[in-house]
Ligand binder design. Structure first.
Ligand SMILES: Cc1cc2nc3c(=O)[nH]c(=O)nc-3n(C[C@H](O)[C@H](O)[C@H](O)COP(=O)(O)OP(=O)(O)OC[C@H]3O[C@@H](n4cnc5c(N)ncnc54)[C@H](O)[C@@H]3O)c2cc1C
Length: 332
């Protein structure tokens, strides 16, 4: 079968590798200029910032096995971090004990490794799916050409994109389109701070309480990340929802203040950048591992599927969901 995969985040790439291993001909469409989606690294003159996913853990045996393979290839390393709970400069030890991993030298490098050997078309946004007999034609937009071009025909299509974006493409096309449109990803504002010298703080990351921030991490404490002093700060979901449409300068000012209050450090950053994730993480995931319409041969996967794990909106959910939808294609 010729399979089109929309989205080159971890779910799309794991589905693509699995479909290719099963002997299918696979083409991946990605609207950004690089792969990795929300597992991304922002390059700056001070070095990279992992400004989406911070680290990942492994609950399931299948993902543990994959992570062990990635470790052997030196694609990921354990992050031996000192993590605490933080409230207005007061630290408390955290009871969240699990092995945390990070791709090296930056979060986006794992997706770049996984994309090797795949036909990934970058800067190609899929805008519509058109039935063509029992196959599918994609309408694909690039920045260079003002009108969308047709791609295909494909025997099957997998959407590995957030539910808000998938439901636009799937409207009235598949049996499960209502289910997709019911899932919401919460937004998250991110602040990236670079400092001249190391801050005198005895932890590498913290869950922040009673603050506009929910999480802060010393990016440069991660293995193999370039030297320097860089911190990534995620606003709480509640604050991000309330301030979703604020301008970047205002958010930078508010979150920088929150960083100083939370850490108690008065040192000013020499570099500050913000990013708004409109679709960050699902709070109520779908209970399944993926969705698949066997008549239409359209599937959906992503981190917003629970895949039998506790919680969702994580790297492990994305990986397992990608494998699951690829399994459904093979069964078809
Ligand atoms: C702020 C933040 C913090 C996080 N922290 C953690 C953490 O600490 N640990 C953890 O495990 N997880 C974390 N996550 C979640 C983790 O990043 C995701 O679970 C995972 O990256 C999702 O992968 P995905 O492939 O499902 O989706 P995505 O990574 O979103 O990939 C979807 C891809 O599809 C592309 N796309 C969208 N629409 C189209 C279209 N029409 N045509 C072509 N391409 C399209 C997008 O550009 C994107 O590259 C965090 C996420 C955020 C945002």
């Amino acid at each position: 079968m010729h399979v089109a995969i929309i989205g080159a985040g971890l779910a799309g790439l794991s589905a693509a590798r699995q479909c290719q291993a099963q002997g299918h001909h696979v083409t991946v469409y990605e609207r950004s200029s690089g792969v990795s989606g929300r597992m991304n690294t922002r390059q700056t003159e001070l070095g990279g910032f992992d400004y989406g996913a911070q680290y990942f853990t492994a609950q399931s045996d299948r993902f543990k096995k994959e992570v062990a393979d990635w470790r052997k290839l030196s694609w990921v390393m354990p992050w031996e971090s000192r993590l605490v709970k933080l409230d207005h400069g007061m630290t408390q030890s955290s009871s969240r004990e699990s092995q945390r991993y990070v791709p090296v030298p930056g979060m986006s490098s794992l997706a770049k490794q996984l994309a090797h050997g795949l036909d990934v078309r970058l800067e190609q946004q899929v805008q519509a799916l058109e039935a063509h007999g029992d196959q599918w034609i994609l309408s694909v937009k690039t920045d260079e050409v003002p009108v969308a071009a047709s791609a295909g025909p494909f025997d099957a299509v997998i959407l590995a994109i957030p539910p808000e974006q998938a439901s636009v493409l799937l409207k009235d096309k598949v049996s499960f389109s209502n289910k997709v449109s019911e899932v919401r990803l919460q937004p998250c504002w991110t602040l990236m701070l670079g400092f001249q010298n190391p801050l005198n703080l005895e932890y590498d990351g913290a869950w922040v309480e009673n603050s506009r921030l929910g999480w802060i991490a010393r990016d440069t404490s991660k293995p193999d990340h370039r030297a320097g002093e860089r911190w990534v700060c995620h606003a709480s979901h509640a604050w991000s929802i309330e301030h979703l449409e604020d301008d970047h300068e205002r958010v930078k000012e508010k979150l920088s203040k929150a960083f100083h209050e939370a850490t108690g450090s008065p040192i000013q950053a020499i570099h500050a950048l913000t990013h708004r994730w409109r679709f960050a993480q699902a709070d109520v995931p779908l209970a399944e591992s993926h969705l698949w319409d066997k008549q239409k041969k359209i599937g959906v996967c992503g981190d917003w599927f629970a895949v039998g794990l506790e919680g969702a909106g994580r790297v492990e959910n994305a990986f397992l969901s990608g494998l699951a939808v690829a399994g459904a294609i093979s069964a078809a």
